[in-house]
Write a new protein. Structure first.
Length: 259
């Protein structure tokens, strides 16, 4: 099966799901969201696939939203949020065990993609930033409870409300990574060694245990995510959100209006 913005590489029990927009650091657009979703559906339809290594082609794992994409209407923004949530839920709940190979920029959606994976391995080049609030948006895709589940509520507040950038050793210290490597060249081999460990485990107990852990740890996740899509529709046309986007890169002062 071929996709426009991702690749599904390999055969047998271990496959590589590769974000494939390297010229733009694998920035997220509507097509990439659709392709990741369809690739995950195809993976789930093949019970021979035991492990998926999720990685990015080129210098970065994923640089987040494609800021060059055309501005959406409120309705389009809400639909995009719903499509993103559908994709993210499918990735999170794959029967196969998932391993994120993290290198380069992990920004916004690129930072929460790995959180949806069962294991994460990081290279020294990692620079992770959750900049949604900084550019005037909320964190969507149903990903906030997943992030909290990985790093805890207090750290999630720090990461999201302040929009700080974290290196791989900082992330390792907060428990984000399963393992870190000393060079990018070691990243994929480390993921493949971990994948081989998973494959040595019996298939059904592995899948059932993963599903049960997800169900227990995220039991109340949907109860707090029902306003995601409405909020992103509003923020797409908020004056303060527009100011946040326009001043994020240039460092200009920010004057907020009452909304």
């Amino acid at each position: 099966m071929e996709f426009e913005t991702v690749r599904l590489d390999g055969d047998g029990a271990i496959r590589h799901l590769v974000l494939n927009r390297p010229r733009v650091h694998n920035a997220v657009n509507a097509q990439l969201v659709a392709d990741v979703h369809q690739a995950c559906v195809a993976i789930d339809a093949d019970p021979s696939i035991r492990v998926v290594i999720f990685r990015g082609e080129g210098p970065s794992f994923c640089s987040g939203a494609d800021l060059k994409a055309p501005r959406a209407t409120k309705a389009q923004a809400m639909l995009g949020s719903k499509n993103g949530a559908r994709m993210y839920d499918t990735l999170l709940n794959l029967n196969a065990v998932t391993i994120a190979a993290c290198h380069g920029y992990l920004i916004g959606g690129g930072a929460v993609f790995p959180a949806a994976c069962d294991f994460r391995i990081g290279a020294p080049t990692v620079k992770l930033t959750l900049n949604e609030v900084s550019i005037g948006f909320n964190l969507t895709w149903h990903s906030l409870p997943v992030l909290i589940n990985v790093v805890g509520a207090q750290r999630a507040k720090e990461m999201l409300l302040l929009g700080r950038t974290y290196g791989y050793r900082q992330l390792d210290a907060m428990g984000f990574f399963t393992e870190i490597v000393e060079s990018e060249g070691d990243l994929v081999p480390a993921c493949e060694r971990l994948a081989a460990e998973v494959v040595r485990q019996p298939p059904v107990p592995t899948t059932v245990s993963k599903s049960s852990i997800n169900a227990q740890s995220l039991a109340h996740a949907r109860a707090i995510q029902h306003m995601d899509h409405v909020a992103v529709g509003f923020m797409n046309f908020s004056q303060n959100s527009r100011t946040a986007r326009e001043t994020y890169f240039n460092g200009e002062g920010r004057d907020w209006v009452e909304e």
